[in-house]
Design a protein around this ligand. Structure first.
Ligand code: ACM
Length: 538
């Protein structure tokens, strides 16, 4: 303990000395044209921005230092350096010892300040000589570097061709999310998406500070995760998808790779096994599970509500125990999603019995149960969570039970809803959701759900009509960027006219990332000088 205090004090002294040295190094101070931090196109909008109208010059004499001996800070510094390298082709050393020529520093600092007493809070102090990012936790630092990434300009100040400098406007940003749960869901069951696709989605979501990815891992058309004790689930149940293509599945190693990648991005993976309905693929693999009285066959269509587990058999619960145990063992996050939606051929009393039994199984394996809003009909614990997608009465029941609610109303947040009648992909059973309608609503006051019951907002992407990453991106982007702001930024800081401009300015980033977003005509997209082919960089 004493040693670590001494080390920290020494490192702070070192950094302070560096900052002072940099300030004294007058010769390299560049007077950039006035820059205004408040005019940066940040999404989500931070809590508070105070501009000081000068600039920090990022260049090859900039170095990153981080608090040592603290979990994750050095890694966050390295992530920032990697992103700067990819964006600008500029090498910025991290915690470099010895004799490196440094004129300006970015310091990522662990701070116990009370103002930062929430895991994702951070402050950025940008002056001409230093950028100081303060946060309580590495998670807060990770959110903070996303802000910094968005401020770092794509282009350098080319009046100084010899020495390229990227000016970062000075000032102070204080930030903290409105909701701790900011999510998206990806349905890998109707169509399967590869580990690579999921990782790209994680990269994009993390840039906008989304911190939850819910994976819908099973449905009538496919079972997508290896369960070692029940191998036919993927051998048989994973072999198809909507439209008759080959399907696919994640091995447990694949899933662990996704979980680890998400963790590096301070993102929680929520696994969903949808039951007792949406279970045709499981029942084809193991027919004893089936409770709808018909012989199950592989299914490649898009109807819902025809399948159910047999809720009365002990063997069904033994099966579920194995599935929940194996998946929970490789899921570090606190949640397990049991689905529970659209069980139209399960009798109401059987459904209730089922949800109550499965809740106990989920709890036995150390997880907190989430289910679609229908689960609140059962007598379940206040620690379980209801995901409101369609039925306000179910949301009321959840609130009466003291449960938390995730807001995913289909008519507002379903990413698979078409933008308008001309949309290339998607459905419209809940609504057409143009980019403005996706953004202009108030989660804090949605249908009378008390704020204290709202865990956060999640935008689900169902995949009946999309089968590759380009189609995924067409539906998710740009709307998911709006959901990031709806869940991170407070209501006073949200405004469609202002958001529209900031969204238009995401085009260079999205183009650089080769995102095939829907270029909604509601937005005056900023022309990008890049195409992905020219600059294959993250
Ligand atoms: C759902 O859209 N069936 C949750």
């Amino acid at each position: 303990m004493f040693k670590s205090i001494v080390t920290r004090a020494l490192s702070l002294l070192f950094v302070y000395a560096l900052i002072v040295a940099c300030q004294e190094e007058k010769k390299i101070r560049i007077n950039f044209p006035p820059t205004d931090l408040a005019k940066e196109n940040l999404i989500p909008k931070p809590l508070k921005v105070i501009p000081t109208n000068k600039a920090f010059g990022l260049d090859r004499y900039t170095a990153i230092y981080t608090t040592p001996d603290n979990d994750g800070f050095a890694e966050v510094g390295q992530i920032l350096a990697d992103k700067i390298k990819k964006k600008l082709d500029l090498d910025v050393p991290v915690n470099a010892a010895g004799d490196v020529p440094i004129e300006r520093i970015i310091y990522i600092n662990q701070s116990d300040s009370l103002e930062l007493n929430s895991p994702e809070a951070y402050q950025l102090y940008i002056s001409q000589d230093s950028v100081i990012l303060n946060s309580n936790t590495a998670e807060g630092a990770f959110r903070g570097i996303q802000t910094l990434r968005q401020i770092i300009p794509e282009e350098s100040n080319d009046t100084l061709a010899e020495q390229r400098i990227w000016p970062i406007p000075s000032g102070k940003i204080t930030d903290n999310p409105n909701f701790g749960f900011r999510g998206s869901m990806l349905d890998v069951a109707r169509h399967f998406f590869s580990v690579k696709d999921v990782k790209k989605y994680i990269d994009l979501l993390a840039y906008y500070k989304i911190n939850v990815l819910h994976l819908h891992l099973s449905d009538d058309q496919g079972w997508r995760i290896e369960i070692k004790s029940w191998p036919k689930l993927t051998e048989i149940g994973g072999s198809t998808e909507v439209g008759g293509e080959a399907g696919g599945f994640f091995t447990q190693e694949d899933y662990k790779e996704i979980v680890a990648y998400a963790a590096k991005h301070y993102m929680t993976i929520i696994p969903e096994i949808d039951m007792p309905g949406h279970t045709n693929a499981a029942s084809v693999s193991y027919p004893f599970l089936n409770g709808n009285g018909k012989t199950p066959k592989l299914y490649e269509g898009t109807r819902v509500g025809f399948s159910t587990f047999d809720t009365k058999k002990d063997t069904v619960y033994a099966f579920i125990d194995d599935v929940v145990r194996e998946i929970s063992a490789i899921t570090p996050g606190p949640y397990f999603h049991i689905g529970g939606d659209e069980s139209h051929v399960t009798k109401k009393k059987d459904f209730i019995y089922f949800v109550e039994k499965v809740e106990k199984i989920v709890q036995k394996h150390g997880k907190r149960m989430i289910g679609w809003d229908e689960i609140a009909s059962a007598n379940i614990d206040s620690t379980s969570i209801s995901q409101y997608w369609s039925n306000g009465k179910n949301a009321d029941k959840a609130i009466k039970r003291g449960m938390k609610v995730i807001l995913s109303p289909a008519k507002k947040t379903y990413l698979d809803m078409q933008y308008d009648t001309l949309s290339k992909h998607g459905l419209h059973w809940a609504a057409y959701i143009p980019v403005d309608s996706a953004y202009v609503w108030t989660p804090e006051e949605y249908e009378g759900i008390p704020m204290e019951n709202i865990l956060g907002v999640e935008a689900p992407l169902w995949s009946e009509t999309i089968s590759n990453i380009d189609e995924l991106e067409y539906l998710a982007f740009p709307r998911v960027i709006g959901y990031s702001e709806l869940s991170w930024s407070i209501e006073e800081n949200r405004n469609w006219e202002n958001f529209k401009v900031r969204l238009a300015n995401q085009a260079p980033y999205l183009d650089r990332m080769d995102v095939k977003y829907y270029a909604s005509p509601l937005i005056d997209w900023k022309k990008s000088k890049y195409t992905y082919k020219e600059i294959k960089k993250d």
